[in-house]
Ligand binder design. Structure first.
Ligand SMILES: Cc1ncc(COP(=O)(O)O)c(C=O)c1O
Length: 299
């Protein structure tokens, strides 16, 4: 599959996708975004992602292009990237910056918002990881209490440094804590534990991005009669859990079987547990349904 980018009203290839240095996304991280993947070639939970993009825009007082325009640009870019049949699945990133203008923090200096859509081949975790489980590491870097973490802005410095810290511990993803030492989320994922058959995930008040996958998984679990609690677990609760897993639009439900938290801990019996495996199945079924509904709507 070719990488294709929507930029300033047209589709271009990766080499042609150049944003001016005076774009505020570059200068100040003054932009918001969404990221998802395709499922069977169609964008997964696109309307939920566009809803969240609108919420992020409202939170940072940015007026995005009309939703229909963003959706049309996304589909045009996806079609251009997938011109040859038999291609794999795509990663989609929809970015809206406040645009460019005279240098200076004042948002009033911005011109029109800039829409960028990047479509490229999706990079998924190795399939074995879904069978053996990933490793998490609780990192020392704490989440900034002064920020609204429910906004998906392009300020990922805190998260990327946390990921680098986790990688030094040989982990696939970091566990980020809030200032009080409570578990918040991963650097690009939400976290869940299972204890005595109940599913527990940090509540949004701790300071986290309410994931689209998180919401799907919570809903699927409740629909299956599994109790789901939103609370304020601490690293010790992760260590003592029967099962752990993470969720994100790209990775779906990924089991976690090892945790670095002042030493390496094995979670449960060291293999993905039954509740996690059930939720993986239920989530996949939801992805199939969402893709079928998208195809039905778009012919
Ligand atoms: C900080 C953060 N938390 C959680 C998630 C998971 O969200 P979603 O399920 O919507 O992909 C992401 C996704 O990239 C993220 O960046």
């Amino acid at each position: 599959m070719a990488t294709r980018v929507w930029l300033d009203g047209m589709v271009t290839d990766a080499a042609g996708a150049r944003v001016p240095v005076f774009d505020r996304g570059f200068l100040y991280g003054d932009s918001i975004f969404e990221a998802t993947r395709t499922w069977g070639g169609v964008p997964l939970f696109l309307s939920e992602h566009l809803d969240r993009l609108e919420r992020s825009a409202a939170s940072v007082e940015l007026t995005p292009p009309p939703r229909a325009e963003i959706e049309a640009a996304t589909l045009a870019t996806l079609a251009a990237a997938n011109q040859d049949p038999g291609q794999g699945e795509s990663n989609l990133r929809i970015i809206v910056t406040r645009g460019e203008g005279e240098q200076g923090l004042d948002p009033a200096l911005a011109g029109a918002p800039r829409l960028v859509v990047i479509v490229r081949e999706v990079a998924l975790p190795a399939p074995e990881l879904y069978l053996t489980g990933a490793k998490l590491a609780v990192v020392r870097r704490r989440k900034d209490a002064g920020r609204d973490h429910s906004v998906k802005s392009s300020n990922y410095l805190e998260n990327l440094l946390a990921l680098a810290e986790a990688k030094r511990d040989g982990a696939h993803e970091a566990v980020m804590l809030d200032g009080e030492g409570r578990v918040a989320e991963g650097t690009t994922s939400n976290l869940f534990l299972v204890k005595a058959g109940r599913v527990v995930t940090p509540d949004v008040g701790v300071g986290l991005l309410p994931g689209i996958t998180r919401a799907q998984v919570m809903d699927a679990a409740r629909g299956d009669g599994i109790v789901v609690e939103e609370s304020r677990p601490r690293p010790a609760d992760l260590v003592g859990a029967d099962e752990l897993f993470l969720t994100s639009s790209v990775r779906g439900v990924l089991p976690v079987t090892r945790l670095e938290a002042g030493g390496e801990h094995r979670i449960g019996d060291g293999r993905p547990g039954p509740v996690t495996r059930r939720l993986m199945e239920l989530y996949q079924a939801r992805c199939e349904r969402d893709a079928a509904a998208f195809r039905a709507r778009h012919g």
